[in-house]
Design a protein around this ligand. Sequence first.
Ligand code: TYD
Length: 207
Amino acid sequence: MFITLEGPDGSGKTSQIPPLAEALRAAGYDLLVTREPGGTPIGDEVRQVIMDLKHKGQMHPTTEILLFQASRAQLVNEVIRPALAAGKVVLCDRYADSTLAYQGYGHQTDLDTLRRIVGFATGGLTPDLTLLLDIEAEAGLRRRASDSGQWNRMDAYQLEFHQRVRAGYHALAAAEPGRWAVVNADRAPEDIQAELQRIVLERLEGR
Ligand code: TYD
């Protein structure tokens, strides 16, 4: 079973993964946890390139899209497919839906084009379950800013961008309600964790 976690920046997604993984292991599941971009030695180097150049503002959007897919292709083939073939549960922090939400809805790149490129990168591998940690854009940005002191760099453009990303996630979830579970991330971390565990364990036990 292939499970992905998605959400806007500041949704608290990354800090929910260790306790979720611990709960799934305690329930007896053979689990592999990974993340995007990165998750392999090659993918981590690609991640470095994306992050460095992004800060300098030099990277062309098309290059960025393709680098995300390069990291993803490596992760799918080196890590995710072998783990699924070995019967493991795979939990991935971000996956293909991040490209559709950020590059598609956020940066307004044509969605059909992105779907084709993503399909090529993943070889069509789609998650069985996608958990969306849903938070209003401003609340997410403020939460992240309080972690890193970045709020001063957040301008109106960034707020609108993150509003489009969130709306994009909602559109993706609405189009495939059987795959997505939307979790309200604007509340206490332990409440979010309890709901994530309930959803994932229910789905795993239902198999
Ligand atoms: P990261 O530091 O991993 O942040 P987070 O904890 O929010 O996952 O940075 C990943 C950033 O890259 C995040 O802003 C989302 C973005 N991203 C895309 O724009 N497209 C993609 O396909 C992926 C995987 C990530």
